[in-house]
Design a protein around this ligand. Structure first.
Ligand SMILES: [Fe+2]
Ligand SMILES: [Fe+2]
Length: 182
């Protein structure tokens, strides 16, 4: 929230109010069983992507964007995952061979948009206007994984979009994988 207070885009307050009051953005996991599969995982992942993006921008000073763009693109790229997960009871054997029940995350999509990055763009734009570079970066943050065939042309036109993609993967496969193993 301290970071978000610096964002000057009209509509940011309404967007934050919606995130706080109407969604589980601050408590949702980042996935059901891969990275960040715990309460708060989505928030932590979003902050990790912000940190990784700042590191990448320091390495590529020729890519110039505003601080608002950095925060909006990184913190909200996965906003499509709000109101998306639920928990269900499952059974497993514990260390002493006894069956025990536990809460597991499962997907229970409340708003099937038909896309991942595109859904984030849609949800954000409901509250505040995105700059073209932000919309492209968020829409293409999954790279080729999202089935977006024209992603390389988008990255050529907006190299910042490629940086967001790399920051997302660096957070997932390096930072969060390391945290999981320690
Ligand atoms: Fe994503
Ligand atoms: Fe992500």
């Amino acid at each position: 929230m301290a970071l978000c207070e610096k964002i000057e885009r009209p509509g940011i307050n309404e967007f934050l109010y919606w995130l706080e009051q109407k969604t589980d953005f601050f408590t949702a996991p980042a996935s059901t069983r891969f990275h960040g599969s715990y309460a708060g995982g989505l928030l932590e992942h979003s902050l990790n992507v912000y940190d990784e993006l700042k590191r990448l921008l320091a390495a590529y000073p020729e890519i110039e964007v505003t601080e608002d763009t950095v925060m909006i693109a990184s913190l909200f790229h996965d906003v499509c995952k709000v109101n998306f997960y639920a928990t269900e009871k499952r059974n497993r054997k514990n260390e002493s061979g006894q069956w025990e029940s536990y809460d597991a995350y499962t997907i229970q999509e409340k708003f099937c948009f038909g896309g991942h990055g595109s859904k984030s763009v849609y949800l954000i734009q409901h509250f505040m206007k995105l700059e073209p570079v932000e919309a492209v970066a968020i829409n293409c943050h999954m790279g080729a994984w999202d089935g977006n065939k024209d992603v390389s042309s988008a990255y050529e036109a907006f190299p910042f979009a490629w940086l967001l993609h790399v920051a997302d993967e660096a957070a997932t496969y390096i930072k969060e994988a390391k945290e999981k193993n320690t």
